[in-house]
Design a protein around this ligand. Sequence first.
Ligand SMILES: Nc1ncnc2c1ncn2[C@@H]1O[C@H](COP(=O)(O)OP(=O)(O)OP(=O)(O)O)[C@@H](O)[C@H]1O
Ligand SMILES: Nc1ncnc2c1ncn2[C@@H]1O[C@H](COP(=O)(O)OP(=O)(O)OP(=O)(O)O)[C@@H](O)[C@H]1O
Ligand SMILES: [Mg+2]
Ligand SMILES: [Mg+2]
Lengths: 176, 176, 164, 164
Amino acid sequence: MHLKSMNMMGFKSFAEAKIEFPEGVTAVVGPNGSGKSNVVDAILWVLGEQSTKTLRSEKMEDVIFNGTELRKPLGMAEVSLVIGGLDPAMMKLDGGSGLPSELTEAQEMMITRRLYRNGESEYLINKIHCRLKDIRSLLLDTRAGSKGHTVIAQGQIDQILNASPQDRRELIEETA
Amino acid sequence: MHLKSMNMMGFKSFAEAKIEFPEGVTAVVGPNGSGKSNVVDAILWVLGEQSTKTLRSEKMEDVIFNGTELRKPLGMAEVSLVIGGLDPAMMKLDGGSGLPSELTEAQEMMITRRLYRNGESEYLINKIHCRLKDIRSLLLDTRAGSKGHTVIAQGQIDQILNASPQDRRELIEETA
Amino acid sequence: TKEMFSATYQELQQKFTEVFGQFFPGGRAELQLVDEPPAENGEPSGNQEPGIEIVAQPPGKRLKSITMLSGGEKTLTAMALLFASFLIRPTPFCLLDEIDAPLDEENIGRFTGVLKELAQNAQFLVITHNKRTMSIADSLFGVTMEEPGVSKLVSVRLGDLQPV
Amino acid sequence: TKEMFSATYQELQQKFTEVFGQFFPGGRAELQLVDEPPAENGEPSGNQEPGIEIVAQPPGKRLKSITMLSGGEKTLTAMALLFASFLIRPTPFCLLDEIDAPLDEENIGRFTGVLKELAQNAQFLVITHNKRTMSIADSLFGVTMEEPGVSKLVSVRLGDLQPV
Ligand SMILES: Nc1ncnc2c1ncn2[C@@H]1O[C@H](COP(=O)(O)OP(=O)(O)OP(=O)(O)O)[C@@H](O)[C@H]1O
Ligand SMILES: Nc1ncnc2c1ncn2[C@@H]1O[C@H](COP(=O)(O)OP(=O)(O)OP(=O)(O)O)[C@@H](O)[C@H]1O
Ligand SMILES: [Mg+2]
Ligand SMILES: [Mg+2]
């Protein structure tokens, strides 16, 4: 399993942009305030992140493109992430989700999340509406959803050292 | 008023060292863990810092040189700071301290702080024992003691932004 | 006293806006006095004094609050406030420990520009790993541990530092 | 379950010691299981599970606790634990946002050395302002705001970046 590409529309400072993810180490560079950490936020968000604090926002609508001096704010944020190299045998979609079975044969999958200004949100797998639970259970099998050591946000690296012994245990159990 | 020189003995990783302070901007450089932030701690400490948290220690005795694989721990930490360019008229030593009046005529002054492993501490002005209160009142007149914007410890620059509006007011009042 | 605070506040507000403009050319920033919101239970907070809110808008952007600033933008905004408070109540010396760590090359240039101005009347001790910051310093000293665990001070010339 | 935790813990302990040794040649680190101290009032804490203490000793030093580590030493120690947990439970991708900011040149070299090893089986996205970290990347992409407030992605070659 690997990240193939991501399309962002109206997500934070990205009015519309697409990224292709290479293999190996990719360095993301750019001036202060240009939008590098927003890319990390987009990946966390499309994988189902619910905490506004982790997304550096006061409320979830703050992730929707808020406009600039020359552009109006948008009414919706949408991020689609294409994941490749899936092993169909690994994907155990629970029957209850009503998702078509051919989903489980695909090598690739596109996960989409949308949020409207009115607070309504949508989740889609290969353009078919689903629930967050479905995305979560899909990701569980690929370990892409596990937070532990997958994402280290800016300024957070020392967290594990400063945490209490009890909290460290929980952080490590998350990885197990 | 300016910092002239500082002598450290048994303070953190400085078994024995002396610094001359130039005018203008001085860059302090060196590898990770070499002792740069310990220089800042030494200045804070000799000026009367009482908070172990600010000094990155669990108890005050942690500032005493703790030894290495080749050296034994020392029994005392001592830092002496020479301050120059004083305006004698500004120095209002309170009569109660019993410090000799010629102190108020000097252009220069040496402040010393000592701490022994048994927890005993001493303060001296020009090698004459005094109380912390005397050092504080001396510094007040030269504004060297005012914490507000004099020292920004490693990783602390964003504190004022992350503080609550009430706390910011207090931080700013400290400067006034 | 109340008059003293409001005089300082006005001066600080003015200098903050000025230094912020040097760090973010075309941007705009100000301080606002805000009353503390009543506690959850509706009780007034009891605190007579208003708190201070910071509004900072990098050029061309329309941010809702300072929590949406990037890491480097936050540090630069905090520095603008720090240097503003230094300008209204100067102290004889100032110690800055790696405050340039999150900044890109261009902002290091802006930071060091203002730093040189302030250092006309005070001593600045700046701990840094950034070569550009080192290059503008009037003098340089190094801290090393030739003997593991024991710090020593050495005088360093910029040429001595190994090239990047 | 308890057996699962203790198996993971042993593996993590071993890898942590190994990676710490790569970051601090000659140094020594380990994890320790500690029971939670009783609360101030003497009541045992209801928590059955022990917590995890981190012991880290850079070469030649005799530190009492990790609170006495320097800024860069702390970050390197945290990275050793992060990479150790990645090694025992690898994930398909890993996002690191400016974790190299507090490191000196030598430690950047050690960090990137281990990073290259780990990236053989996973995608690593590393946000950085450090030229040395950029120089070891397999590919580079830039985020810019030619239009103020609107981010765009551009492909970048290392040569394009302005010299320090
Ligand atoms: N909803 C939104 N609409 C428009 N712009 C937004 C929104 N949310 C955040 N931003 C913009 O994103 C910018 C911050 O981007 P980001 O944190 O990704 O920067 P960065 O490239 O990581 O910078 P640094 O190197 O300083 O960490 C802010 O300046 C803000 O203007
Ligand atoms: N009481 C003590 N006795 C001996 N050594 C000490 C004592 N207290 C701290 N140290 C040492 O000081 C070192 C930390 O120094 P310091 O924090 O000044 O490093 P630094 O140069 O600022 O590094 P960085 O660039 O990573 O921030 C620790 O590694 C520790 O060994
Ligand atoms: Mg960032
Ligand atoms: Mg330091």
